[in-house]
Ligand binder design. Structure first.
Ligand SMILES: CC(=O)CC(=O)SCCNC(=O)CCNC(=O)[C@H](O)C(C)(C)COP(=O)(O)OP(=O)(O)OC[C@H]1O[C@@H](n2cnc3c(N)ncnc32)[C@H](O)[C@@H]1OP(=O)(O)O
Ligand SMILES: NC(=O)C1=CN([C@@H]2O[C@H](COP(=O)(O)OP(=O)(O)OC[C@H]3O[C@@H](n4cnc5c(N)ncnc54)[C@H](OP(=O)(O)O)[C@@H]3O)[C@@H](O)[C@H]2O)C=CC1
Length: 282
């Protein structure tokens, strides 16, 4: 199926990045969030990224404007009435995602694919709230979206081949490399990554090393582009905690227990870069 128009739900760091790469690929995008100010903030991030591309000579002002013109702001899910595909990138919360998918199922045209950028939640469970589970799929971009090549594609139990092939082709059109994995808590990316980050937080919690020292060890010793605590601040400590909770509950294994220091920071509103403070101050 050819995808000409999509809706991206959630204009946060992931949603704005997804909207950007879709518009760069020539796709019409409706960027939706619950408040105008969040949509404006997302559009501001896209504008800034495209301006950097102009200053680096990758695109000119005319191209930048034509990309921006492809993105329409929205605060109503009703605007999904004529889209071919939705990528949901609202917060990592099953109740909220369930509500959004139920509404979308009633609003979107019959042929539309409902994709979620969830980091860890079961695709099969999200699909089950709709009457079109064959057309529900995980389309998991990595942060920062304009830079990272991977899209992890996750089939739910009922996802059909046409849906999978459309999302695979769409990812390639967005200049990404799709990798297919099965539906299990955290998929592959976050089953491997987030426990490593959680373990790095335990190193700070237990007084083994400072955040700076932990990050230096992983950067200089393992050639990671950024240390696990700087990366946690980039992802968002709230999102890291949601993902650890999904792993802990999903597998019922104590090895996935979230570090108490992670819980404390989230309770304090220290979410990382997006709130101005996490393991580091921004
Ligand atoms: C939680 C989940 O569900 C899944 C996830 O996403 S987990 C997170 C996965 N992401 C990672 O692991 C990121 C690890 N970090 C990195 O790869 C790198 O540190 C980084 C790409 C973020 C920054 O790279 P860097 O070399 O340290 O910094 P910098 O030189 O500033 O940036 C490199 C390029 O990326 C671009 N860039 C950096 N951040 C960007 C952003 N937020 N948006 C757009 N472009 C960005 C820069 O403009 C620069 O581009 P050019 O070289 O073409 O000019
Ligand atoms: N951060 C990361 O590195 C990655 C995150 N993800 C996943 O992407 C999703 C979004 O994460 P991220 O962009 O980091 O989060 P952000 O907190 O940056 O953005 C989430 C956005 O969704 C909005 N939102 C909340 N509820 C609704 C709703 N009911 N309808 C529409 N929008 C809503 C939020 O508004 P408000 O500000 O009011 O809450 C916010 O603007 C999550 O599922 C996350 O797990 C996937 C890959 C990587």
């Amino acid at each position: 199926m050819e995808v000409k128009k999509i809706m991206v739900i959630g204009a946060g760091q992931m949603g704005s990045g997804i909207a950007q790469v879709a518009a760069v690929a020539g796709i019409q995008v409706v960027l939706n969030d619950i408040k105008d100010e969040f949509v404006s903030r997302g559009l501001g991030i896209i504008e800034k990224n495209l301006s950097r591309d102009v200053s680096k000579g990758r695109i000119d002002e005319v191209k930048k404007d034509s990309i921006l013109k492809l993105i329409t702001p929205s605060t109503s899910l009703q605007d999904a009435g004529d889209v071919d595909l939705v990528v949901e990138a609202a917060i990592e919360n099953m109740e909220i995602k369930g509500r959004i998918f139920k509404d979308l199922d009633n609003i979107c045209p019959e042929h539309a694919i409902l994709a979620t950028n969830t980091s860890s939640l079961p695709i099969t469970e999200i699909a089950a709230v709709t009457k079109r589970p064959g057309k529900v799929i995980g389309m998991h971009f990595m942060n920062p979206v304009p830079v990272m090549k991977l899209v992890e594609i996750i089939r739910g139990l009922a996802t059909n081949d046409e849906t999978y092939n459309t999302v695979k082709e769409l990812s390639e059109q967005m200049s990404k490399v799709p990798v297919e994995v099965n539906d299990a808590p955290g998929f592959v990316s976050n089953r491997v990554l987030i426990p490593m980050i959680n373990e790095a937080i335990y190193c700070v919690y237990e007084g083994i090393a400072t955040p700076e020292a932990v990050d230096q060890v992983m950067k200089l010793g393992m050639n990671h582009p950024m240390g696990p605590l700087a990366l946690a601040d980039l992802i968002g400590l709230d999102t890291c905690l949601y993902i650890m909770e999904v792993l802990y509950e999903g597998f019922g294994d104590s090895k996935y227990r979230p570090c108490p220091l992670l819980r404390k920071y989230v309770a304090a509103g220290w979410y990382g870069r997006k709130s101005g403070r996490g393991f580091y101050v921004y």
